[in-house]
Structures are given as C-alpha cells and as structure tokens.
Design a binder for this molecule. Structure first.
Ligand SMILES: Nc1nc2c(c(=O)[nH]1)N[C@H]1C(S)=C(S)[C@@H](COP(=O)(O)OP(=O)(O)OC[C@H]3O[C@@H](n4cnc5c(=O)[nH]c(N)nc54)[C@H](O)[C@@H]3O)O[C@H]1N2
Ligand SMILES: Nc1nc2c(c(=O)[nH]1)N[C@H]1C(S)=C(S)[C@@H](COP(=O)(O)OP(=O)(O)OC[C@H]3O[C@@H](n4cnc5c(=O)[nH]c(N)nc54)[C@H](O)[C@@H]3O)O[C@H]1N2
Ligand code: SF4
Ligand SMILES: [Mo]
Length: 712
C-alpha cells in the first residue's frame, strides 16, 4: 500500500503479448507517480519494459481523439456520438444495399486482440456486417501458425509454446524476444527466464539473418539467408528421422514424412540457406540428445514464402524429438477461460472462399490482406466500395502500404474506430475514437492461451472515462444497433442480450464457469490474479481432430515439400539477382508497431530508423556509414539513412517497420518529426506465402545505392 497521499493499483499492460502485470502508484489527483513491474505477479514476475511507461504518455496525449470527428470539406470537425454513429450506419447500409454486402471491407488491426471489448461486442459487430471481405493483421503476421495448428491439431488456436521454465535447449528461429518480449508465446520476463535457463545449464540457439539482441545473449547464433529456413528445417528433420522417431503413439504419418524430406540433405540446405551443414547436423544432434528441448519459429519464419511449411517443420521437429506436450518441451496451456475448448474461437477453415480478383484463400473467415488493394480498385461485382478499419493501420503495416492508401482515398466511404488520425485513418470520413488502455477493464482472452504458465488476471480501468468518451464495446454495440435499425431488423433475443451485456459481465460469467472457478470480483481483489500452475501434458485428449490423432503427413504440406524438392533437383530455386540484397524487418524495444511514436518517452534517444547494412555490401556500392541511400524494390523506392553493421549477414539489409509518419493529413505532432520511412512502401503484395497467402515481409529483394546516383 502507498502512503497516505498515494494509492497503489495493479493493472496489466496491453501493449504486447507479454501482458505484464504492473504496480502503479497514483497521487491524490490521479497522476501516476510511480510505475513498476508487479513483483508478485505469478506470470510476469516483476517484468516491465520502456513501453509500459508510455501508457501515461498515451493517456495524456493531446493528439489522441476523445470525440468523434467527421471530415467536412477536407476539415475535421467534432460531431456528437449519435450523429457520427447514425451517419456511419446509414452510409454502410446504403452502400451494402446498392452494391451487395461484400461492398463493405473490414480491416482489423493488432490492438483488437489486446482489448476485451473488441473481442466481445467488436467481433459481434464484424459478424453483423455480413461481408466476406474481412481482413486483418493476422495475414501480415502469425497466419502460418494458425494454419499449421489447424492442419495438425484440428484447431487454429491449439498453439504449443516452449516451456522455457523447464527446458534444457531452446531454439528460436526468426524471433527476437529481447526486443519484442515474445510472440505467439506470452513469455514476460524473457531476459530473466533466459538467465535461469543458463543457470540450470540450458542453452539458447538463435537462427536469424541479423545478430539480434536475442542472438547476442544466445549460446549460439547461426546466420541464415532470409526466406530459406525451410531447407534448413527440413534438413534438421531429415537428420533427426535418420536417428529415429520419438513421436507419441497418437501420431501417424512419420514414414511418409521421412520419405518426403529425403532430398533435403544438410549439404543441399547449406547451399541454399547459408547455414553450414555441420551446424545443421550438430543442432539436430543437440535436439535429439537433449533431455528436454523446444523449438519456436516466429515472425521471421512466418512472413516468408514457405511460412506454413516452416511452421509445420518446427512442429515436426518437436514431435519427432518427443518434446511436444512434454514438460520442458512445447506445451499447451489450460487457461481458466478456455476459449478453445469452449468454442469461443472457431477451429479454422482454409479456402472455404477466395478473394475475388486473385483467388487467394480465406482462412478462418478472413481473406489475406495482400489482396485488399486490388479488391478496392478492381471494378465489378463484389468490388469493395467502403471500408471500416478497427484498430488498424494497414497503410503502414501491409505491403505496398501507400498504394493501399491511394486506394482508400478513392473509396465511396470509409470509417475508422481509432483514437489517432494516422497514415490510414486520415482517409476516413468519420473516426470513432474509443477509450485508451488505462480507461478500460481488461482480461486477456487470447494471451492466456499462449502463456508459459496458467494464470488468470483481471485489470480494472485505472481511470474512469470522461463524459465525452465511449468504450470500444459501446461504439461497436451502438453501431450494430444503428445498422440493424437501418436494415429494419432490430436485434432481438440472445443477440440483443449479448450486445447489451458489458464485457465485464460477460467475463464474469466465463470466469464463474471456468476452471478453476473464479469471478471478476475475486480477481479484482487478488493483485496479480490467480496462479493455476505450470502446464501439464494434455494430449491426445485436447486434440480437435476427429480421431484424436495427429496425422503429420498432411497432404497439402507434403505436396509442397515435393514441389520444393523438385525445384531443388532442377535448380529452379528462386534466387535474388546479383545486385540485389534481401530486405528484412526489425523491432526495437521502444517501438510498438506503427502507433506509439507520438509518446515522448519512446522517441527519445538515438535514432533507430536506419537501414542496417553490412560494411562489405556498403563498400561494394560506394556507400559510407550514415550516408543517405535509395532503396528500390519491385514496388517502390525510398530514401533513408544507412548505418553500417557487422551484425547483418552479408547480402541482407534491415529496416524497422512502422516508421515514415511525416505525411499530409497525419495528425501526430511528435511522430511526424521522427526520421524514417515505411518499409512497407518496399514490400510487395504479390509475394505471398505458398499455402495461406500470408504476406512475405522478409527477404524482399532490393537494390541499394547512394542517394543522388541514378538508379537503373
Ligand atoms: N514490413 C513489416 N510489416 C509488418 C510487420 C513487420 O514485422 N514488418 N509486422 C506486422 C505485424 S506482426 C503486425 S501485428 C501488424 C500490425 O498492423 P496493424 O494492426 O494494422 O497496425 P498497428 O501499427 O498495430 O496500428 C494499430 C492501430 O490501432 C490503433 N489503436 C491502438 N489501440 C487501440 C484500441 O484500443 N482501440 C482502437 N480502436 N484502436 C486502437 C492505433 O492508433 C493504430 O492506428 O504490422 C505488420 N506489418
Ligand atoms: N518492442 C516491440 N515489441 C513488440 C512489437 C513491436 O513493434 N515492438 N510488436 C509485437 C508484435 S505485433 C509481434 S507479432 C511480435 C513479433 O515478435 P518477433 O517475432 O520477435 O518479431 P521481430 O522482432 O520482427 O523478429 C523477427 C526476427 O526474424 C528475423 N528474420 C527476418 N527474416 C528472417 C528469415 O527469413 N529467417 C529467419 N530465421 N529469421 C528472419 C529478423 O531479423 C528478426 O530478428 O512482437 C511484439 N512485440
Ligand atoms: S513487455 Fe513491455 S509492452 Fe509488453 S506487456 Fe510488458 S511492459 Fe507492456
Ligand atoms: Mo504482430
């Protein structure tokens, strides 16, 4: 407890998947006078990172919208909630009536999964819009994970996570948790957990084209040519299968896999990936002989052409070494609210429909966002003529982003649910701003599924919302109700009841029927929440496959593995041209995708927008450190400062994403002063992953030259 003048509150940070518990000291006037990681939190154990302090900046940010705005004659004008909601509902209704339901496109951004109200009333709104043109940040991110879990385990959210607290060998591929704090894996306090791994004699191995912050604390780091992990992983799998298989009794199809990976020798893998054959064999041996080992592949592996094959191979490596569903291996959580078992999240389905223009497959009710621009720009039946974006910034975060922006400018109507006028929402006609993270109640329906320990934590709003504000769930509810009124189909029965039940009440019901049973009240009175212990084995019972077995010989994947083998045999494997470098992304501890650059506490310090480049590549092009260079890809060209770095694999350059805010119409006074460009003005929507069309954001071929030189 604080002294007389201050009050101690326990909340949760929602800025990333680590989901840290925070201890906040409030002065009598409500000012945050101290913030720290909550040491007693059973999941996050006191962890905090610089972004959490920026929650205060976000809360106080004068650029953050608190009332709806409407663009009238090019000027933003504040309007009442009623007027704004009714107007948006009417325009959506008019356009869907005139051109069909699919004429409305929806884009859901990442922060939706970090808001309880977005997952309750927000998703209910999306369903009520009845369009097939739903897109989200999933397809520039973790789609291959979900597809792989669906294909192997029968449910897109049966996602095993490394049991870092008990493993002896942790292998991370295309993942940089020292900066990102973990992903598809809620592992707060990664640095501390990594130190504990070392203290018990365990090892960390990193495979990444950049010597990242995580690579620097690893026992071993291997460079790999971007986009070629699949060859190294198939070679590791092949080497393992030559030793044997420790797959569980519920696993079928190992022999087919053994045959399929036969062509991928460590030597073939070395020639394509740059990872030495010796290192591949040694890593396979280490995985085979470790008592307990866990392999996790993340952004770098997902956002490449063979992202699903790569994620499948990761699962197979864990399966074949006997580490799936085993303490110290990769394990499934048993969350108090089991959104998977209770059917709150669908199992997933692939290709039930396809995008109109390019025929890219839908997964789990969503189309790949790489198809969004062409769906807006290509005339014909089913063309998108209006957009609703919810907590998303696709102009910054999806391939050829600015071209998408140009397409948004040509829409008949666009609305956004967002509290910033940024690179995307500036194209909207109406913006409906929800309350911010400190003004709303929260419970993680998603990240408890991915957490390294079973816990349950409720986070109560630190501040009440002001009279003028609305929560995201209220906006979604009111828009839903207004739309139904427009349609002459008022909401009724269970639907209406759910619309009107606050997320907190819905949560309470879920907690009271959870396991172990608890309640909002109990959690609110328990700082840090309850600890339901470490993970325990749950397979095969928890599988969603019909026969409760795992068939690893998944035809879709094996066909592609055969195709890859054929490409290797015939020498048809894609290679960049001689003058091309491969562009990859990166994250920094003090960036948060595209949207926290207005926070003074985060943009302090040395600039970090640079193109990182190996000195050898720079020398070959006559580029000096700190010079201005042009970077040209198939779709765009940018000018940016270069920083030479031995941490880069030769032949590879890196830009962070979420930069480049200085644009007309963007109302982010501080972010606009930040140097940097958007990497997604270089990434190419035509480059998509082979199974589910996730965007290929890494390994993009580019040419780099000193600025001012004519570039041919
Ligand atoms: N090249 C490249 N591109 C990438 C990536 C990469 O590594 N490289 N990473 C990809 C990944 S992993 C992701 S997740 C995506 C993210 O892509 P997006 O989700 O499209 O973009 P964000 O930058 O997260 O922007 C979030 C938006 O939500 C708003 N917002 C924040 N909180 C709330 C809220 O509570 N409610 C509402 N309604 N709005 C809110 C912010 O103002 C901002 O406009 O970017 C992807 N793009
Ligand atoms: N500080 C901070 N934390 C964040 C975010 C943030 O923006 N800032 N964003 C959050 C979000 S939405 C997400 S999804 C997570 C993502 O978390 P991470 O998966 O850790 O994301 P990145 O830092 O982009 O790491 C991807 C790594 O893959 C490497 N890489 C690129 N191409 C390849 C390749 O072809 N093969 C291999 N093996 N590696 C490759 C890159 O060099 C990079 O180190 O982070 C979350 N946490
Ligand atoms: S790691 Fe940082 S941003 Fe992520 S939840 Fe924890 S405090 Fe928040
Ligand atoms: Mo993400």
């Amino acid at each position: 407890m604080g002294d007389d003048a201050t009050k101690t509150r326990y909340i949760q940070c929602v800025l990333c998947e680590a989901s840290c518990g925070l201890q906040v000291q409030l002065a009598a006037d409500g000012e945050i006078v101290d913030m720290r990681g909550h040491a007693e939190d059973p999941l996050s154990r006191g962890h905090i990172c610089p972004k959490a302090f920026a929650l205060k900046d976000l809360h106080e940010d004068p650029d953050r919208l608190r009332r709806p705005v409407r663009k009238i004659d090019g000027q933003w004008v504040e309007v009442s909630w009623q007027e704004a909601i009714e107007y948006v509902a009417r325009r959506i209704h008019e356009i869907q009536t005139a051109h069909g339901q699919n004429a409305l496109g929806v884009y859901l951004g990442n922060p939706n999964v970090h808001s309880l109200g977005a997952l309750t009333q927000g998703l209910q709104l999306v369903r009520s819009l009845k369009t097939r043109n739903v897109f989200s940040a999933t397809s520039v991110d973790q789609l291959p994970h979900q597809v792989t879990s669906w294909g192997l385990y029968g449910h897109q959210f049966l996602l095993p996570v490394p049991d870092i607290d008990r493993t002896d060998l942790l292998v991370l591929i295309g993942h940089n948790p020292m900066a990102s704090n973990g992903s598809m894996w809620t592992v707060p306090a990664f640095p501390q957990r990594r130190r504990e791994l070392a203290a018990r004699g365990g090892r960390l191995v990193v495979i990444d084209p950049r010597r990242t912050e995580t690579a620097k604390v690893a026992d071993q780091h291997h460079f790999i040519r971007p986009g070629t992990d699949v060859y190294a992983l198939l070679a590791i799998l092949r080497t393992l299968l030559s030793r044997g298989s420790r797959a569980a009794a519920y696993v079928d199809g190992i022999e087919e896999v053994r045959a399929a990976v036969e062509p991928f020798t460590p030597e073939v893998a070395e020639s394509l990936s740059g990872m030495p054959a010796r290192a591949i064999i040694d890593l396979a041996d280490a995985l085979w002989s470790a008592e307990r080992a866990a392999v996790h592949g993340r952004m770098g592996l997902s956002t490449q052409a063979f992202g699903v094959i790569g994620q499948w191979a990761v699962q197979l490596i864990n399966i074949v070494t006997g580490n799936l569903d085993r303490e110290g291996g990769t394990m499934l959580s048993a969350p108090v609210i089991d959104s998977v078992a209770r059917g709150l999240i669908g199992k997933g389905h692939l290709g039930a429909w396809s995008s109109r223009v390019r025929g890219l497959p839908a997964f789990g009710g969503e189309l790949p966002v790489a198809a969004l621009r062409e769906e807006i720009e290509t005339p014909g039946e089913g063309q998108i003529r209006a957009m609703l974006t919810i907590a998303g910034n696709p102009v910054s975060s999806t391939p050829a982003g600015q071209r998408l922006g140009d397409a948004l400018a040509g829409l008949e109507f666009m609305a956004a649910i967002d509290f910033y006028i940024n690179e995307t929402t500036r194209y909207a006609e109406v913006i409906l701003p929800p309350t911010g993270p400190l003004e709303r109640d929260h419970y993680d329906l998603i990240f408890h599924i991915l957490a390294v320990r079973n816990t349950a934590r409720f986070s109560e709003a630190l501040y009440p919302k002001s009279e003028e504000q609305r929560h995201d769930w209220e906006i979604a509810r009111d828009l839903n109700l207004a739309l139904r009124k427009e349609r002459g189909q008022p909401a009724e029965g269970e639907d209406l009841l759910r619309l009107q039940t606050s997320p907190r009440q819905q949560l309470d019901f879920l907690l009271q029927t959870g396991s172990p049973r608890t309640s909002v009240r109990e959690l609110a009175e328990t700082p840090g929440g309850i600890d339901a212990g470490p993970h325990v084995p749950q397979l095969p019972e928890r599988l969603f496959t019909q026969d409760k077995r795992v068939d690893v010989a998944w035809p879709l994947v094996l066909e592609q593995v055969a195709e890859l083998a054929e490409q290797v045999r015939s020498g048809q494997v894609w290679q960049p041209r001689e003058d091309e470098l491969l562009l990859i992304g990166r994250r920094h501890q003090r960036d948060n995708n595209s949207w926290m650059h207005n926070a003074p506490s985060l943009i302090r310090g040395r600039p970090r927008h640079h193109l990182l480049m190996h000195p050898t590549d720079a020398r070959a092009r006559g580029i000096e450190d700190c010079a201005l260079v042009t970077v040209t890809s198939e779709v765009g060209k940018v000018e940016v400062d270069v920083a030479l770095s031995e941490d880069m694999m030769p032949g590879v350059v890196s830009l962070p994403h979420g930069y480049g805010h200085d644009q007309d119409g963007v109302r982010l006074s501080r972010a606009r002063q930040l140097p940097g460009v958007s990497i997604n003005d270089l990434t190419d929507p035509d480059r998509v992953e082979s199974v589910a069309a996730n965007s290929v954001l890494n390994g993009v071929p580019v040419r780099v030259a000193p600025a001012g030189l004519q570039d041919h």
